[in-house]
Design a protein around this ligand. Structure first.
Ligand code: COI
Length: 355
């Protein structure tokens, strides 16, 4: 592949649409900032990266992404501290992961310099869209799609890498209870469950709808072979607290290596909380809910941050948790957001300033 480095071109909006936005009431992912980043791969190389006004794309109906789902994405957040400085959280992890996802879907990897140049310039331009205050952020969505026209089932030769930004508050409004999957699966051995491939999410929609009809908000996915082990919770990695031990399942080719997940593990350990990374049996949750040993379940993810799960359903039974007032979820969420919003020392070097 040619490695000629091309300069970022910036076309700004003539007038910002920010004054039209009600920042007091933001359903997740409905509103987008003024600009977007775009870079096309063709003729064997990434072409000139550009920032331009956010708006529709012109794309052939035969583009492979529509037919074969050759698409991967990332989720990141930008935060503003009380001095007006904008920060990202571990963005190098997202670049690594989108390239890992891309590789699995036969998509060319995206160059680091284009990614960081595009990302930082975009966030500088749209910094007014990052509102200060805990709970406010600008959700940043990098993604890449197979934009080549043609419906032969082969990897595309043309791709479009983009970054769009959406001002965000909470992801899950309200309480979350989950149904533990007994039939459907999210991922299989040798598959691509560890990637952020678009299809991994589409495949969850129907079983999640069924769970919602039964009064749950999300599904806890279990291993495809036996449905005996828990894997992920909706769009999140999952943690359980058994007694005073925090347990999460190991990542694998079925489970996303979540940035929030690994940050939670590091924060918990630094706090002296015993953490076990090991397979978790559904039967442990059921027994723990009955005996009271199961004190908490929570999900972790960029969009959701740390989200307590208050109960679960399994084999037609409903289990409610008696979450302690001083929950690990609450403690770890506070520590995490204090780092993200520059309210505490960044011992791990996770914050990334947008100059
Ligand atoms: C994220 O947490 O950023 C995710 O990717 C979940 C997404 C489906 C909203």
């Amino acid at each position: 592949m040619s490695t000629s480095v091309k300069q970022l071109r910036v076309d700004k909006v003539s007038k910002s649409k920010i004054s039209e936005v009600n920042f007091e009431n933001l359903p997740f992912g409905d509103v987008f900032s003024d600009h977007m980043f775009i870079c096309v791969f063709k003729n064997g190389e990434w072409q000139e990266p550009r920032i331009q006004p956010y708006g529709p794309l012109s794309i052939s109906p035969s583009a492979k992404v529509f037919h074969y789902g050759q698409a991967v994405f990332e989720g990141m957040k930008a935060y503003k501290d009380d001095e007006g400085q904008v920060w990202l959280f571990r963005p190098e992890e997202n670049l690594k992961r989108i390239n890992k996802s891309s590789k699995r879907l036969a998509i060319p990897e995206f160059p680091e310099s284009y990614f960081f140049d595009g990302l930082t310039t975009l966030l500088q331009l749209d910094k007014e869209w990052v509102k200060p205050g805990i709970g406010n952020s600008l959700y940043v969505r990098p993604f890449v799609i197979a934009s080549e026209a043609g419906i032969k089932a082969t990897p595309a030769e043309e791709y479009t890498f983009m970054i769009i930004c959406s001002p965000a508050q909470s992801y899950y409004g309200g309480e979350v209870r989950v149904q533990i999957a007994e039939h459907y699966s999210r991922a299989a051995d040798g598959g691509f469950g560890y990637t952020k491939a678009a299809g991994n999410y589409a495949g969850q929609f129907y079983p999640t709808q069924l769970a919602q009809e039964e009064g749950y908000q999300q599904v806890i996915w279990t291993d495809a072979q036996s449905h005996e082990y828990i894997e992920e919770a909706g769009t999140m990695n999952v943690f359980v607290r058994l007694g005073n031990t925090l347990v999460t399942c190991p990542t694998s080719d079925r489970i996303l290596d979540g940035v929030t997940r690994k940050s939670v593990i590091a924060l918990a350990e630094a706090h002296g909380i015993k953490v076990e990374v090991r397979p978790i049996k559904v039967s442990e949750l059921v027994a723990g809910a009955k005996s009271g040993v199961l004190k908490e379940i929570f999900g972790s993810g960029t969009a959701a941050v740390i989200n307590p799960i208050l109960g679960f359903g399994y084999k037609g039974e409903r289990y409610e948790l008696n979450v302690p007032e001083k929950s690990y979820a609450g403690l770890l969420k506070e520590e995490l957001i204090n780092i993200q919003y520059n309210r505490s020392e960044d011992k791990f070097g996770w914050r990334y300033p947008i100059a």
